[in-house]
Ligand binder design. Structure first.
Ligand SMILES: NC(=O)c1ccc[n+]([C@@H]2O[C@H](COP(=O)([O-])OP(=O)(O)OC[C@H]3O[C@@H](n4cnc5c(N)ncnc54)[C@H](O)[C@@H]3O)[C@@H](O)[C@H]2O)c1
Length: 206
């Protein structure tokens, strides 16, 4: 007999990206969408209206002080991914962090260290790599049916660059600007998928 444990999941940073993930969480019986935290009162209010039973906090610290929260989905702006992931790990919470995982290799290593030290799982949970078409491609590559993988040709188009952006999204020091908010969109989406398909990605976090 298999038993399924429900994971009490919380989200930090309930903005556009976070809201896109919520329906998938709702649809999973394994996940109890248990709490949310955001510094923006409007985001908190929206979340509370949508999930009246959920606990709502105004900071990651307050959220992580809740002993009942088991895992934290981090969809705050890029510059908070490392500090938020480390805070959550230090409080014994499992962590899923949105793309890009961190602003530097050093930050990423600190996140991994914090997860190891506190014996929690850490997943850079980009969603695209786990979609059915990519998984099917991986299966075909791994089967060797088409021979050894020699190159991948990746193409993606988005009008994201042309839409209005907030100041921090344009500041490289805050995890914004072309390298982080724009370029990482494509490498993260296509790149994580490429990594999943068996390529190494030396340039992705550079
Ligand atoms: N996987 C995907 O396809 C995907 C899609 C969109 C965004 N994202 C990622 O999600 C993250 C957020 O992007 P977005 O477009 O949702 O931005 P957003 O600005 O819409 O949302 C960010 C939210 O975080 C909150 N926030 C800011 N600072 C905070 C803090 N210190 N503590 C708690 N909450 C805080 C903001 O109030 C806002 O509600 C980014 O890292 C982005 O790369 C991923």
């Amino acid at each position: 007999m298999t038993t399924t444990k429900t994971l009490k999941m919380a989200m930090v940073g309930i903005g556009v990206g976070g809201a896109e993930i919520l329906p998938a969480m709702e649809a999973m019986p394994e996940i109890d969408l248990f709490a949310g935290a955001d510094i923006n009162p409007t985001a908190r209010e929206r979340f509370k209206q949508r999930y009246p039973d959920a606990r709502v906090y105004e900071s990651i610290e307050k959220l992580c002080a809740d002993p009942d929260v088991e895992a934290v989905w981090i969809s705050s702006p890029n510059r908070f991914h490392a500090p938020h992931a480390i805070t959550a790990a230090q409080h014994g919470k499992h962590v899923v962090v949105e793309k890009p995982m961190a602003l530097s290799i050093k930050e990423a290593e600190q996140m991994v260290d914090a997860a190891r030290k506190n014996n929690v799982k850490l997943l850079a949970g980009h969603t695209r790599a786990y979609t059915y078409p990519i998984r099917a491609m991986r299966k075909i590559i791994n089967s060797g049916r088409l021979g050894r993988l020699k190159a991948l040709h990746l193409m993606a188009y988005s009008d994201w660059m042309l839409r209005p952006r907030s100041a921090d999204e344009l500041d490289p020091n805050q995890g914004g600007g072309l390298p982080w908010r724009a370029l990482t969109r494509l490498p993260c989406r296509s790149g994580y998928s490429a990594m999943f398909l068996g390529c190494s990605l030396p340039a992705m976090v550079a």
